[in-house]
Design a protein around this ligand. Structure first.
Ligand SMILES: O=C1O[C@H](COP(=O)(O)O)[C@@H](O)[C@H](O)[C@H]1O
Length: 229
């Protein structure tokens, strides 16, 4: 089931998505002792994080993790972990437990076994996975040109696989398609004309040129799309 929510600006989108995420987390907390929220990095999620971190819910039972990570230390401005620590794990959300993707190992590929063991121990299903989308149709770090894309889309893929990004830092770790779709609900957020054009293409059906299309072209997991011009 795919639902679209259109907003006239990014701030309205952020408030609505934060409110929907809060409701989704509260519903999951009613039936699970601990719940997982997996979020994206990049720039788009910042206003959502800043709204979400102030909502009232039992954050002590929320585990926050990442949908993908650039393989850089947290002191690097490109680090998705640093972004989440700075903008989401603050205020009421400061008591949430954070599970990072960056392990400090010298390559993402080398970190796969450790990270997959860590992710196997997380409570399932994840309450919510919040995706972004690039102008090239990538989502999480599932990039069209990544040599590991097919492995990341495979139904039997482990939760986390190293991938290759389109721009520096190219070395990435990503949740795979089956791990994304194992969530109770998937949210996709984007804004801007070029992303709207990619989204329109991706809605036509699963296509390797737009990895996000694999999230849209399935009906097993509910997907809610939040977009602004
Ligand atoms: O590199 C990444 O890019 C995408 C899109 O970022 P945005 O700032 O254009 O929304 C993001 O979803 C992903 O987590 C990130 O690693």
């Amino acid at each position: 089931m795919l639902q679209q929510h259109a907003f006239s600006d990014g701030q309205q989108l952020a408030l609505a998505l934060a409110s929907e995420l809060a409701a989704t987390l509260r519903n999951a907390l009613d039936v699970q002792q601990e719940v997982v929220l997996a979020v994206s990095g990049g720039k788009s999620p910042v206003p959502v994080f800043e709204a979400l971190r102030e909502v009232e819910l039992d954050w002590s039972r929320v585990i926050v993790t990442l949908v993908d990570e650039r393989w850089v230390s947290t002191s690097d401005p490109a680090s998705n972990e640093a972004l989440v620590r700075q903008h989401l794990l603050q205020g009421r959300a400061a008591v949430a437990r954070f599970v990072p993707m960056f392990t400090g190992q010298s390559s993402a590929r080398q970190a796969e076994p450790l990270l997959n063991a860590t992710f196997a121990a997380l409570p399932r299903p994840f309450a919510a996975v919040v995706l972004g989308m690039g102008d090239d149709g990538h989502t999480a770090s599932l990039f069209p040109a990544s040599p590991q894309l097919d492995a990341g889309l495979a139904a039997d893929a482990p939760a986390c696989l190293a991938q290759v990004g389109a721009a520096a830092p190219t070395e990435r770790m990503s949740l795979t398609l089956p791990a994304i779709l194992a969530a109770r609900k998937v949210f996709l957020q984007f804004a801007g004309a070029s992303k709207h054009a990619v989204f329109a293409e991706a809605l036509r059906g699963a296509d390797r040129r737009w990895p996000v299309s694999y999230v849209l072209a399935q009906s097993a997991t509910p997907v809610e799309v939040f977009h602004a011009p």
